[in-house]
Design a protein around this ligand. Structure first.
Ligand code: 15L
Length: 266
Protein backbone atom coordinates (compact mmCIF):
# COMPACT_ATOMS: atom_id res chain seq x y z
CA UNK A 1 0.00 0.00 0.00
CA UNK A 2 1.46 3.35 -1.06
CA UNK A 3 0.35 6.21 1.17
CA UNK A 4 0.36 9.98 0.94
CA UNK A 5 0.40 12.07 4.11
CA UNK A 6 -0.28 15.80 3.69
CA UNK A 7 0.60 18.40 6.30
CA UNK A 8 3.94 16.66 6.88
CA UNK A 9 5.52 19.77 8.42
CA UNK A 10 2.69 20.42 10.90
CA UNK A 11 2.40 19.26 14.51
CA UNK A 12 0.59 16.03 13.72
CA UNK A 13 2.50 15.42 10.49
CA UNK A 14 5.83 15.82 12.27
CA UNK A 15 4.86 13.21 14.85
CA UNK A 16 3.51 10.91 12.16
CA UNK A 17 6.86 11.08 10.34
CA UNK A 18 8.35 9.50 13.46
CA UNK A 19 5.61 6.93 14.03
CA UNK A 20 4.20 5.71 10.71
CA UNK A 21 7.34 4.44 8.91
CA UNK A 22 7.58 1.45 11.28
CA UNK A 23 4.06 0.43 10.18
CA UNK A 24 3.82 1.53 6.53
CA UNK A 25 6.90 1.17 4.35
CA UNK A 26 5.94 3.28 1.34
CA UNK A 27 4.91 6.82 2.33
CA UNK A 28 5.05 10.02 0.30
CA UNK A 29 5.05 13.09 2.53
CA UNK A 30 3.81 16.47 1.37
CA UNK A 31 3.48 20.03 2.62
CA UNK A 32 3.79 23.47 1.11
CA UNK A 33 7.50 23.47 2.13
CA UNK A 34 9.90 20.66 2.90
CA UNK A 35 10.34 20.13 6.66
CA UNK A 36 13.93 20.77 7.85
CA UNK A 37 13.96 17.53 9.82
CA UNK A 38 12.79 15.22 7.01
CA UNK A 39 14.35 11.78 7.53
CA UNK A 40 17.12 10.94 5.04
CA UNK A 41 15.67 8.99 2.14
CA UNK A 42 12.04 9.90 2.92
CA UNK A 43 10.00 10.68 -0.20
CA UNK A 44 8.74 14.29 -0.16
CA UNK A 45 6.81 16.23 -2.79
CA UNK A 46 5.90 19.86 -2.07
CA UNK A 47 2.41 21.11 -3.00
CA UNK A 48 0.19 24.09 -2.43
CA UNK A 49 -3.20 22.46 -1.81
CA UNK A 50 -4.98 25.41 -3.42
CA UNK A 51 -3.37 24.54 -6.78
CA UNK A 52 -5.00 21.53 -8.45
CA UNK A 53 -2.03 20.82 -10.74
CA UNK A 54 0.25 20.51 -7.69
CA UNK A 55 -2.24 18.31 -5.83
CA UNK A 56 -2.52 16.03 -8.88
CA UNK A 57 1.23 15.38 -8.61
CA UNK A 58 1.16 14.34 -4.95
CA UNK A 59 -1.77 11.91 -5.29
CA UNK A 60 -0.37 10.10 -8.35
CA UNK A 61 -0.03 6.38 -7.73
CA UNK A 62 -1.16 6.32 -4.10
CA UNK A 63 -3.66 3.85 -2.61
CA UNK A 64 -4.43 5.75 0.57
CA UNK A 65 -4.19 9.32 1.83
CA UNK A 66 -4.12 10.85 5.31
CA UNK A 67 -5.03 14.50 4.85
CA UNK A 68 -3.62 16.58 7.71
CA UNK A 69 -2.76 19.52 5.44
CA UNK A 70 -4.41 22.92 5.45
CA UNK A 71 -4.82 25.65 8.06
CA UNK A 72 -5.23 24.15 11.53
CA UNK A 73 -6.79 26.98 13.55
CA UNK A 74 -9.24 29.85 13.05
CA UNK A 75 -8.12 32.39 10.45
CA UNK A 76 -9.30 35.05 8.01
CA UNK A 77 -11.86 33.81 5.48
CA UNK A 78 -9.52 33.90 2.51
CA UNK A 79 -6.93 31.78 4.32
CA UNK A 80 -9.57 29.20 5.27
CA UNK A 81 -11.06 29.33 1.77
CA UNK A 82 -7.77 28.64 -0.02
CA UNK A 83 -6.20 26.12 2.36
CA UNK A 84 -9.20 24.22 3.72
CA UNK A 85 -12.12 24.64 1.31
CA UNK A 86 -10.39 24.74 -2.08
CA UNK A 87 -7.48 22.66 -0.75
CA UNK A 88 -9.69 19.87 0.58
CA UNK A 89 -11.80 19.86 -2.59
CA UNK A 90 -8.64 19.57 -4.71
CA UNK A 91 -7.37 16.74 -2.53
CA UNK A 92 -10.56 14.64 -2.76
CA UNK A 93 -11.16 15.35 -6.44
CA UNK A 94 -7.56 14.61 -7.44
CA UNK A 95 -7.59 11.46 -5.28
CA UNK A 96 -10.77 10.30 -6.99
CA UNK A 97 -9.41 10.93 -10.49
CA UNK A 98 -6.14 9.18 -9.61
CA UNK A 99 -7.99 6.11 -8.30
CA UNK A 100 -6.96 6.37 -4.64
CA UNK A 101 -9.09 3.95 -2.63
CA UNK A 102 -8.99 5.36 0.89
CA UNK A 103 -8.88 8.83 2.39
CA UNK A 104 -8.54 9.71 6.04
CA UNK A 105 -9.68 13.29 6.55
CA UNK A 106 -8.43 15.06 9.67
CA UNK A 107 -11.53 16.94 10.71
CA UNK A 108 -11.80 18.60 14.09
CA UNK A 109 -13.80 18.91 17.28
CA UNK A 110 -14.47 22.46 16.06
CA UNK A 111 -17.02 21.04 13.58
CA UNK A 112 -19.22 20.57 16.67
CA UNK A 113 -17.70 23.21 18.96
CA UNK A 114 -20.98 25.06 19.59
CA UNK A 115 -22.43 22.12 21.51
CA UNK A 116 -22.43 22.92 25.18
CA UNK A 117 -20.18 20.97 27.50
CA UNK A 118 -23.17 19.47 29.35
CA UNK A 119 -24.29 17.76 26.11
CA UNK A 120 -22.94 14.34 25.16
CA UNK A 121 -22.91 13.93 21.41
CA UNK A 122 -22.31 11.09 18.99
CA UNK A 123 -21.43 11.21 15.32
CA UNK A 124 -25.02 11.53 14.08
CA UNK A 125 -25.74 15.01 15.43
CA UNK A 126 -26.14 18.07 13.22
CA UNK A 127 -22.79 19.82 12.87
CA UNK A 128 -22.52 23.01 14.97
CA UNK A 129 -19.20 24.62 13.99
CA UNK A 130 -17.68 27.26 16.24
CA UNK A 131 -15.55 29.13 13.66
CA UNK A 132 -14.80 29.54 9.95
CA UNK A 133 -12.20 26.85 10.56
CA UNK A 134 -14.91 24.58 12.01
CA UNK A 135 -17.13 25.28 8.98
CA UNK A 136 -14.27 24.20 6.69
CA UNK A 137 -14.05 20.91 8.59
CA UNK A 138 -17.82 20.36 8.14
CA UNK A 139 -17.29 21.02 4.43
CA UNK A 140 -14.53 18.39 4.32
CA UNK A 141 -16.74 15.86 6.11
CA UNK A 142 -19.55 16.51 3.60
CA UNK A 143 -17.14 16.23 0.68
CA UNK A 144 -15.88 12.93 2.04
CA UNK A 145 -19.45 11.64 2.28
CA UNK A 146 -20.09 12.59 -1.35
CA UNK A 147 -16.96 10.83 -2.66
CA UNK A 148 -17.80 7.78 -0.55
CA UNK A 149 -21.51 7.56 -1.39
CA UNK A 150 -21.33 8.47 -5.08
CA UNK A 151 -17.87 7.25 -6.02
CA UNK A 152 -17.12 4.36 -3.68
CA UNK A 153 -14.10 5.91 -2.01
CA UNK A 154 -13.50 4.57 1.52
CA UNK A 155 -13.47 7.67 3.69
CA UNK A 156 -12.74 8.01 7.40
CA UNK A 157 -13.23 11.38 9.07
CA UNK A 158 -11.41 11.69 12.39
CA UNK A 159 -12.77 14.59 14.46
CA UNK A 160 -9.54 15.28 16.26
CA UNK A 161 -9.79 16.61 19.80
CA UNK A 162 -6.47 17.86 21.14
CA UNK A 163 -3.45 15.96 19.85
CA UNK A 164 -0.79 15.94 22.57
CA UNK A 165 1.20 13.73 24.91
CA UNK A 166 -0.79 14.96 27.92
CA UNK A 167 -3.98 17.03 28.41
CA UNK A 168 -2.91 20.64 28.87
CA UNK A 169 -5.96 22.12 30.66
CA UNK A 170 -9.46 21.27 31.93
CA UNK A 171 -11.07 21.33 28.47
CA UNK A 172 -8.44 18.97 27.14
CA UNK A 173 -9.31 16.41 29.86
CA UNK A 174 -12.43 15.85 27.74
CA UNK A 175 -10.85 15.89 24.26
CA UNK A 176 -7.26 14.65 24.71
CA UNK A 177 -5.90 12.44 21.91
CA UNK A 178 -2.57 10.67 22.43
CA UNK A 179 -0.50 10.17 19.23
CA UNK A 180 -0.55 6.37 19.65
CA UNK A 181 -4.34 6.39 19.77
CA UNK A 182 -4.46 8.50 16.61
CA UNK A 183 -2.25 5.93 14.87
CA UNK A 184 -4.69 3.22 15.96
CA UNK A 185 -7.60 5.16 14.41
CA UNK A 186 -5.59 5.71 11.23
CA UNK A 187 -4.88 2.00 10.91
CA UNK A 188 -8.63 1.36 11.06
CA UNK A 189 -9.15 3.95 8.31
CA UNK A 190 -6.46 2.46 6.08
CA UNK A 191 -7.02 -1.23 6.75
CA UNK A 192 -10.50 -2.10 8.01
CA UNK A 193 -12.41 -3.94 5.25
CA UNK A 194 -15.81 -2.50 6.23
CA UNK A 195 -14.99 1.22 6.05
CA UNK A 196 -17.27 3.05 3.61
CA UNK A 197 -17.88 6.46 5.18
CA UNK A 198 -17.26 6.79 8.90
CA UNK A 199 -16.84 9.57 11.42
CA UNK A 200 -14.78 8.81 14.53
CA UNK A 201 -13.93 11.09 17.40
CA UNK A 202 -10.18 11.46 17.68
CA UNK A 203 -10.10 11.06 21.45
CA UNK A 204 -8.28 8.81 23.91
CA UNK A 205 -10.06 6.96 26.71
CA UNK A 206 -11.18 10.13 28.52
CA UNK A 207 -13.50 9.73 31.54
CA UNK A 208 -14.64 13.36 31.11
CA UNK A 209 -15.47 12.90 27.40
CA UNK A 210 -18.31 14.88 25.80
CA UNK A 211 -18.41 12.44 22.90
CA UNK A 212 -19.91 9.03 22.39
CA UNK A 213 -17.22 7.27 20.37
CA UNK A 214 -19.04 3.94 20.04
CA UNK A 215 -18.75 4.08 16.26
CA UNK A 216 -14.95 3.91 16.51
CA UNK A 217 -15.26 1.13 19.11
CA UNK A 218 -17.47 -0.81 16.69
CA UNK A 219 -14.51 -0.83 14.28
CA UNK A 220 -12.19 -2.17 16.99
CA UNK A 221 -10.76 1.07 18.42
CA UNK A 222 -9.38 0.43 21.92
CA UNK A 223 -7.59 3.61 23.07
CA UNK A 224 -4.64 2.98 25.39
CA UNK A 225 -4.26 6.42 26.93
CA UNK A 226 -6.38 8.19 29.56
CA UNK A 227 -6.61 11.93 30.20
CA UNK A 228 -7.50 11.22 33.85
CA UNK A 229 -3.93 10.08 34.55
CA UNK A 230 -2.99 13.77 34.23
CA UNK A 231 -6.00 15.41 35.95
CA UNK A 232 -4.04 17.21 38.67
CA UNK A 233 -1.55 18.79 36.26
CA UNK A 234 -4.31 19.78 33.79
CA UNK A 235 -6.30 21.49 36.55
CA UNK A 236 -3.19 23.26 37.83
CA UNK A 237 -2.56 24.59 34.31
CA UNK A 238 -6.21 25.67 34.07
CA UNK A 239 -5.77 27.85 37.20
CA UNK A 240 -3.36 30.05 35.24
CA UNK A 241 -5.85 30.68 32.40
CA UNK A 242 -8.29 33.60 32.39
CA UNK A 243 -12.00 32.79 32.97
CA UNK A 244 -14.03 32.77 29.74
CA UNK A 245 -17.79 32.51 30.34
CA UNK A 246 -18.67 31.50 26.77
CA UNK A 247 -15.52 29.52 26.07
CA UNK A 248 -15.95 27.55 29.29
CA UNK A 249 -19.58 26.71 28.47
CA UNK A 250 -19.07 25.41 24.93
CA UNK A 251 -17.04 22.45 23.75
CA UNK A 252 -14.93 24.54 21.36
CA UNK A 253 -13.46 26.68 24.17
CA UNK A 254 -11.77 29.84 22.90
CA UNK A 255 -12.81 29.00 19.31
CA UNK A 256 -16.43 29.32 20.53
CA UNK A 257 -15.93 32.56 22.42
CA UNK A 258 -13.80 34.40 19.83
CA UNK A 259 -15.99 36.89 17.90
CA UNK A 260 -19.05 35.65 19.87
CA UNK A 261 -21.83 38.26 19.97
CA UNK A 262 -25.03 36.20 19.79
CA UNK A 263 -26.31 37.40 23.18
CA UNK A 264 -25.88 41.07 22.19
CA UNK A 265 -27.65 40.62 18.85
CA UNK A 266 -30.69 38.62 20.02
C1 15L B 1 -7.88 21.96 16.56
O1 15L B 1 -8.62 21.62 15.65
C2 15L B 1 -6.58 22.62 16.29
O2 15L B 1 -5.99 22.17 15.09
C3 15L B 1 -5.60 22.49 17.43
O3 15L B 1 -4.56 23.43 17.23
C4 15L B 1 -6.27 22.71 18.78
O4 15L B 1 -6.70 24.05 18.87
C5 15L B 1 -7.43 21.76 18.92
O5 15L B 1 -8.32 21.87 17.85
C6 15L B 1 -8.22 21.98 20.24
O6 15L B 1 -9.43 22.21 20.18
O7 15L B 1 -7.60 21.88 21.29
Amino acid sequence: MKLLVTGAAGGIGTRMRQMLPSIYKDIRWSDIRKPDDLAPGAEFVAADLAKMEEVEKIVAGVDGIAHFGGFSVEGPWDTILQANIIGTYNLFEAAYRAGAKRVIFATSNHAVGMYRRDQKIGVNVTVRPDSRYGVSKCFGEALGAMYADKHGMRVTCIRIGNFADTPIDKRRLSIFLHPEDLVQLMRIGFEHPDIKYEIFYGASDNAAAWWDNSNAHKFGYRPKHKAEDFRAQALAAQEKLPADAIGDAYQGGTFSSAEYDADKRR
